[in-house]
Design a protein around this ligand. Structure first.
Ligand code: PRP
Length: 236
C-alpha cells in the first residue's frame, strides 16, 4: 500500500482593514515571523501573500472583519473594540456571535466620545431632560451610553463625516472616534464626554481554534508577547 501523502499545512487567513489597523498589526506579525509581501496602498490586490506559504492576509472593510471571522472566511482578524461592540449588538450579544477574543492588542488606540458645536450648551440640554438628536455610525454604543445616563436621544445613523451633522443642524451631538482631536477642532466641535477607550482586538474563529490550533498557537503567543513588551516599555 502506498504511504499517505503528507497533509498540506493548514492555510491561515488573517482579515485586516487598510489603514491604521493594517499598519499597526505589521510589527505584531513580524514578531511572529510573518512579513506581508505587498503594500495595500500600492496594490489593488485583496489577498496579500506573506513570506509564509501557510499564511495569507485578506483586506476587508473594518466593519466586515468580525463577519469574515465569524463565518470562517478568515481564521482570525484584527478589529477595533468599536466595530466588535456594534457587530455583537447586531447579533443580540457576544454569545450569539461566538468569536474567540483572546487579546486586546493595545494598538490603533483612540476613544469614543460625544462632541457638539462649540456654541451648544450640552450640560443644560442634558439637564433639561430634552430629547437630544445624536448622529453616529456607532448606534449601539451611543444608545447604551445615553440610556445609562437616562438621557432621551433620537439616534440618526450615518456612515461617515459625522462632524457635519451638528454643523448642518442634522443633529445636536455626534458620537464618534477621536484620536488627535484635530478633526473636531477643524470643524469647530468640542468633545464633551468620553464614552470609552478603544483599541484593536484579535478575534479568532472558534472552529479554526479547534482544527488549526497548532498553526494558530505561535501567532497568538507572539501577539501576546509583543503586547506584553509594549506594556513594559510604556511602564518604563
Ligand atoms: C475617524 C473619526 C474622525 C477621525 C478622528 O475617522 O471618524 O473623523 O478619525 O481622528 P482625529 O481625532 O485624529 O482627527 P477615520 O479617519 O477613521 O475614517 P471614517 O470617517 O471612515 O471613520
Amino acid at each position: 500500500m502506498m504511504a499517505a501523502a503528507p497533509t498540506a499545512s493548514p492555510v491561515l487567513t488573517l482579515a485586516l482593514s487598510k489603514g491604521r489597523i493594517f499598519e499597526e498589526t505589521l510589527p505584531l506579525l513580524q514578531a511572529a515571523g510573518i512579513e506581508v509581501l505587498e503594500d495595500p496602498e500600492k496594490s489593488r490586490k485583496l489577498i496579500l501573500p506573506t513570506n509564509r506559504a501557510d499564511v495569507r492576509v485578506v483586506l476587508v472593510r473594518a466593519s466586515d472583519v468580525p463577519t469574515y471571522v465569524q463565518y470562517g472566511g478568515a481564521d482570525l482578524g484584527v478589529c477595533g473594540k468599536d466595530t466588535l461592540l456594534e457587530h455583537e449588538a447586531e447579533w443580540g450579544g457576544a454569545a450569539n456571535v461566538g468569536l474567540y477574543q483572546p487579546l486586546d492588542l493595545q494598538i490603533a488606540r483612540c476613544r469614543m466620545s460625544v462632541a457638539v458645536r462649540e456654541d451648544f450648551d450640552y450640560p443644560s440640554a442634558v439637564r433639561r431632560g430634552s430629547r437630544l438628536k445624536v448622529a453616529t455610525k456607532y448606534v449601539a454604543i451611543a444608545r447604551d451610553f445615553f440610556a445609562a445616563k437616562g438621557v432621551h436621544v433620537d439616534l440618526i445613523k450615518l456612515y461617515g463625516s459625522m462632524e457635519l451633522a451638528p454643523l448642518t443642524g442634522l443633529a445636536d451631538a455626534i458620537v464618534d472616534l477621536v484620536s488627535t482631536g484635530n478633526t473636531l477642532k477643524a470643524n469647530h466641535l468640542v468633545e464633551v464626554e468620553r464614552i470609552m477607550d478603544i483599541s484593536a482586538r484579535l478575534v479568532v474563529n472558534q472552529t479554526s481554534l479547534k482544527v488549526k490550533r497548532e498553526a494558530l498557537r505561535p501567532i497568538l503567543e507572539a501577539f501576546a508577547r509583543a503586547g506584553q513588551a509594549d506594556k513594559a516599555a510604556a511602564a518604563a
